[in-house]
Design a protein around this ligand. Sequence first.
Ligand SMILES: [Zn+2]
Length: 221
Amino acid sequence: MVTGALEAHGTHLPLSTDTILSTYLAEKVATKTKALVLPSIPFGDSWSFNDFEGTISIAPDALTDFYISVMKGVFKHGFRYLVVLNGHGGNIPELTIAAKAATETGQRAVIIVNWWKDLAESARKLVEETPMGHAAEDETSEVLHVRPDLVNMSKAEHHRVVSRFTIISGMLREELLPSGVYGDPRLATAEKGRLIFEQAEEEMIGLINQLEKGELPITKG
Ligand SMILES: [Zn+2]
């Protein structure tokens, strides 16, 4: 299950960045494993980006119900494991609630992979010169690798508004997240994106192989 979003990523990246990247990874992995890939879900919870042009956000309850229906649908057909390859942070609360509801009964598990932070940790450390962000060096490099035709580097701006607290405000989106950018995309390159994806793909293949053997990705201390 591939979950994305349609939301502003500055003006240098496509609105569907999160869907493009997670779909690319899922399809790559599927060609090298027996995993089946569901059609990607192109909308997500993009509340924080609602004031930026092009963003379409799904209400949390509707999104949660949608995810539950997809997950239950998969399990109804006899699958035991469902991997969610999630491309967007805003979807995490809904995915978590949905996975709890869908796995309440039966021998089944949903494995949520928030790929930008769960995968390719060492490749990211090696190639990234600025901290992880939104529409920043990491995501921009990844889109440059996958769909360079959709990137306009001349529009790449850097912003990083920080607070030690969590500030939520529908009134202050532009102030809290200028242009939908958090971080610095200016050092992004396609080569950095390629190296990140290479490792992410390898790790995903490892996860699928493990699940195919009936093993969960856990270590016991
Ligand atoms: Zn994104």
